[in-house]
Design a protein around this ligand. Structure first.
Ligand SMILES: [Zn+2]
Length: 139
């Protein structure tokens, strides 16, 4: 019989690797059941702080589709925390385009276009402001 492979389990509070059966995180003391009960939006915003880029990426995409104005700043901050992660930066540009298409005048793409350390991300943010339709499409 093949052994059961335990998937790594991350604390929902601090994202430390913890035993799957732990109810309380040994690192930060967070009650896992209480954090699990938070609403989906709060979880997505918190996931932007996750150390694994693929986890952040899912949250970035989901937040873009939700299109809520008050999540845009958290996306900009996420982009600024990872100046070398251009792939993530471009996905954040795409999500911000979706959010700004529903909430004109937020100015978050403008902020990225001025302040992101990566040239590719600044250029993409500028392009998304000038050609929003090209960035809000499915592909
Ligand atoms: Zn923790």
């Amino acid at each position: 019989m093949a052994p059961v492979v335990q998937k790594p389990h991350f604390c929902l509070g601090c994202f430390a690797l913890i035993p799957a059966e732990a109810r309380v995180c040994p690192c930060c003391g967070a009650d896992q059941a209480r954090l699990e009960a938070r609403d989906y939006r709060a979880k997505l915003l918190h996931a932007l702080l996750h150390p694994l880029s693929e986890v952040r990426m899912r949250a970035i995409i989901a937040l873009g589709w939700r299109g809520e104005a008050d999540t845009a700043e958290a996306l900009v901050n996420c982009a600024m925390r990872h100046p070398l992660d251009v792939v993530q930066g471009l996905e954040i540009v795409r999500s911000l385009s979706r959010i700004e298409s529903r909430n004109p005048g937020l100015g978050m793409l403008a902020r990225l276009s001025k302040s992101h350390p990566a040239h590719a991300v600044r250029t993409a943010a500028m392009d998304a402001m000038n050609r929003p339709n090209a960035w809000t499409q499915e592909n």
